[in-house]
Design a protein around this ligand. Sequence first.
Ligand code: GUN
Length: 283
Amino acid sequence: MQIINGKAIAQEVKDGLCRKIETLRQQGKRIPKLSVVLIGTHAASATYVRNKERACAAIGMESDTIRLPETITQEELLAQIEQLNEDPMVDGILVQLPLPRQIDERKVLNAIDPGKDVDGFHPVNIGRLLIGEPASVPCTPKGIIRMLEAIGLDDLSGRHAIVIGRSNIVGKPIALLLLAKHATVTIAHSRTADLSALCREADIVIAAVGVPRLVKADWIKEDAVVIDVGINRDENGKLCGDVDFDDVKNVAQALSPVPGGVGPMTIAMLLSNTLAAYEEHEG
Ligand code: GUN
């Protein structure tokens, strides 16, 4: 069984980005910049945002975090986004989710310039992804595809992939990306009947449901590839994925761990999307 080392693959991606930024610096060019908007004091969000700041610094990318109060109004937030849209030094805008209750998430995401939408959450980018045009692709799904490529899975013709979970952030976009690589894709979710039997048919399993250790060895076809997108706490407070790692490792051909799997890839893809947005802006 192969453990898919997301941390190492992410490091390779970041090393490549770091070299590109170093070249820009040597040429005296403007340096790409990511602006993150963090609202309120959500603990997990604060941790994610800190990790993003550190990741930018580590590859020499500019970043700033705009911290706004929990009580901010929709209008104030939209005005802030407009300012970032118009700032020629800003290449990527990321509004950390979740947002406070008084804010309409869709209105906020729709307000981001699609050319600066490094999360790939704007309807224009979602639409482009759907019809197979160049788009800013959501970071976690893009990272999953890079992990599959890293273990030699590029053309997925003839393979059956199952995506467990149908979120806008992971489930739906990864299904589209797998389809674009010619996989036969099933999207399963909480209303799916006989999930374990369906899962056993799959050559590639993407678990993105948020249920601790849901996927067991007897759900997995021998030699399937399993990607675990879950970040959960079990009953003892221990970090775990949606896949029962110790069980599934006996059956799968390759399996991504939690932590050290998909998580590091997500941040690497955010940096990659920001550099791509920069290249687009600089023409
Ligand atoms: N909150 C949790 N995951 C994400 C993400 O990928 N992007 C943003 N903007 N917020 C998040």
